[in-house]
Design a protein around this ligand. Structure first.
Ligand code: ACM
Length: 678
């Protein structure tokens, strides 16, 4: 009696603490209702499309059925996959992506106002299978779904490291799988100009000497994207980040220097001369060509990171600014005013070509026409200011996936949090957001591994209701998506594994894998400042390049440890000995022992060459930190508090273990430090 009363009391609490059962769906749909039945495990599906005929949509349906191994197009006994849609949707017109999807034992039904909704429903359908590969089934379910934001992007940067078409295409497949719908294609920067220009051919011949897309290839990508309901926004970054242009057309420069395409990283503050008519004539020529090549009505002109030093230092340009009153209150010339004048000229050109100009938040300021769109990267402030000033706006701050931060850290930022200081009208101007993957440290081989699966967390933030914020459940589904993407041809798991196999050079790869998977590259842009000189020519094939941006092994370890230490009594005396704590302890110990013993196994390989030897100290530290944590677990289990001496020594060792090597660090050191000092 008492027991059942207790259970009764606990039940609502348990139900509340459980994450919603969304199975493997990522992003989580607006409404899901799971049934108990399922579609027969081996039943084939025969598509019946009811809407305007479209070969691309038919092909998309075929792809989904093939991936589900249920293509019953030619089978007599197949169950119906009934697809009804009102019209062909176009992402560039912000057409609706809403859909409903229903699976019953008798078949599958999709209803959507547009073909875009059908594409999103197919992406959901591909994430539905339950069970193992041998007995996979489609569960009974009813889903009503629609995106929270219409602009859900990924920036791909083939300027820093060139990315062949195959890389772009497989990333488009991944984007479609998690319902991202904007490819922001960063096509020019200091290190490269990446599109063939027929009117200004030196741009790709000189600026893109080590890789560019032919216009034919661009069209191929555009078609591939469109077939997946993804729009493509090209970016031609001006007036800064444009050294590759200056290498091709030196007359664009703001001084008498001549430039080559930059082999260096960093903010160069080299800019075009905005005072010369010839600059605009050249830009107009290129934009006439590129606005025709890229059909989307939005067109990105960059505008970031030009501090104006070259303008201030050129007496002729400084004079130009003075003559036009481009001076600040203190009398100094005002770079921002000159750049705004430049932006206005560019905007006029783009308007002539029926495009809406998008730029990074630096372009925001007095004098910028309201129909310019602002992409906010330096903070939320720019996003809100832009929306208040009447601009459409896109959030990227918080979604910089090139910083090696956790999926959870990218999952948290919301373009319109509950406390956003905006009116409803202003909120409508916030179109959504974009994950940005700058490629200083990602070449075409490892690019996928820097983008996926973390970008899926951003995709969920931009698609799902704002209330979907359960981090452990996000990680659970992220694991499933990661496997799904590998099946679609993404290389995010294979490529690091291949790097490790090459580095192992005949030795057993397992201990090297254990080490690599316990490391992470140093965060943010610290990799530039660790005493190792990177240029565009530096091979990205060291252990740091195989190390995950977020170590899944350490994250899982930390999650188990957190749930163990969440027992209140653990703080004071000792852990309760329940089956669950025993399981958790066993799991933690198994992992710690693997890490502890790894150093002896991997050192012989690390000592074979200089580029591996760099990581030898961290391998040793992995043993040290694991040993400390094993000791700590024993203290907890036995209820013996640590002595002050032990604590002091442990803290000292952990400080030591946090020192980076080979531009990587040991995330376990911080996890253990927290566990020891709590
Ligand atoms: C940027 O990251 N410079 C837009």
């Amino acid at each position: 009696m008492l027991r059942s009363l207790l259970l009764l009391l606990l039940l609502p609490l348990a139900a509340f603490a459980q994450p919603a059962d969304t199975r493997q769906l990522l992003p989580v749909p607006a409404q899901v209702s799971w049934g108990k039945a399922s579609l027969a495990p081996r039943a084939l599906l025969k598509p019946q499309l009811d809407g305007p005929e479209d070969a691309q949509l038919r092909a998309a349906v075929g792809r989904t059925l093939d991936r589900l191994h249920r293509n019953g197009t030619a089978a007599a006994n197949a169950l119906p996959l009934q697809i009804r849609y009102g019209k062909l949707g176009r992402m560039e017109l912000f057409d609706e992506e809403r859909y409903s999807l229903r699976v019953t034992p008798n078949g599958v039904t999709i209803d959507a106002p547009t073909s875009l909704g059908v594409l999103r429903a197919l992406a959901t359908l591909e994430q539905l299978p339950q069970g193992d590969a041998k007995r996979s089934y489609l569960p009974e379910v009813e889903i009503q779904d629609q995106p929270r934001f219409p602009w859900r992007g990924l920036l791909i940067d083939p300027a820093r490291h060139f990315m062949p078409v195959s890389v772009i295409k497989r990333n488009l497949d991944a984007m479609a799988a998690v319902k991202l719908n904007v490819l922001h294609w960063h096509l020019s920067d200091d290190q490269g100009f990446r599109v063939e220009s027929k009117v200004l051919p030196k741009l790709h011949q000189v600026g893109g000497a080590n890789g560019y897309y032919t216009q034919e290839q661009v069209r191929e990508v555009l078609q591939y994207a469109q077939a997946r309901g993804i729009r493509v926004i090209p970016e031609f970054d001006v007036p800064g980040h444009a050294t590759a242009w200056l290498a091709a057309y030196p007359e664009l420069a703001s001084n008498d220097s001549t430039y080559g395409v930059s082999p260096r990283w960093g903010v160069l503050n080299i800019a075009m001369d905005p005072t010369k008519e010839s600059t605009y004539e050249l830009l107009d020529k290129l934009f006439a060509e590129m606005t025709a090549l890229f059909p989307d009505p939005y067109f990105h002109i960059g505008g970031d990171e030009n501090d104006g030093r070259q303008w201030r230092r050129n007496p002729r340009i400084a004079q130009y600014m003075r003559e036009r009153g481009m001076v600040k209150r203190d009398g100094a010339v005002d770079k921002h005013a000159l750049q705004t004048a430049f932006n206005r000229r560019v905007l006029t050109m783009l308007t002539k070509y029926e495009k809406r100009m998008v730029g990074w938040d630096e372009i925001l300021g007095p004098g910028l026409p309201a129909d310019a769109v602002i992409q906010s990267w330096r903070g939320k402030k720019g996003l809100y200011e832009a929306a208040k000033a009447g601009h459409q706006a896109i959030l990227s701050n918080g979604y910089y996936i090139d910083l090696y931060l956790t999926a959870a850290s990218h999952y948290a930022p919301d373009p319109i949090p509950a406390d956003a200081p905006l009116t409803d009208e202003e909120k409508k101007r916030i179109l959504g957001g974009e994950a940005t993957m700058w490629s200083e440290f990602a070449d075409s081989v490892i690019y996928d591994s820097r983008v996926w699966p973390r970008t899926a967390a951003v995709a969920e933030r931009l698609w799902s209701p704002a209330t979907v914020t359960n981090v452990p459940d996000m990680y659970r589904r992220l694991g499933a998506v990661s496997v799904q993407l590998e099946g679609l041809g993404l290389q995010h798991r294979r490529a690091p594994e291949q790097l490790l196999a090459m580095m192992a050079a005949g030795y057993d790869v397992a201990p090297l894998r254990t080490l690599a998977n316990a490391l992470e590259p140093v965060k943010e842009y610290k990799r530039h400042f660790q005493g190792f000189k990177y240029t565009t020519q530096t091979p990205l094939n060291r252990l740091v390049d195989a190390a995950p941006a977020e170590s899944e092994a350490v994250r899982q370890f930390g999650a188990t440890l957190d749930s163990l230490l969440a027992y209140p009594r653990a703080l004071i005396t000792q852990l309760p000995h329940t089956p669950e704590t025993r399981r958790q302890l066993a799991r933690l110990r198994t992992q710690l022992k693997q890490w502890q013993q790894n150093d002896a196994k991997v050192q012989p390989l690390l000592q074979t060459n200089a580029s591996l030897r760099e990581y030898a100290p961290l391998s040793t530290q992995l043993t040290v930190v694991s040993t400390l944590m094993l000791q700590r677990l024993e203290q907890l289990e036995k209820g013996k508090p640590a002595s002050a001496e032990w604590l002091a020594a442990a803290q000292k060792q952990l400080e030591q273990a946090k020192k980076p090597a080979g531009q990587t660090e040991l995330p376990l050191a911080e996890v253990v430090r927290k566990a020891i000092t709590r």
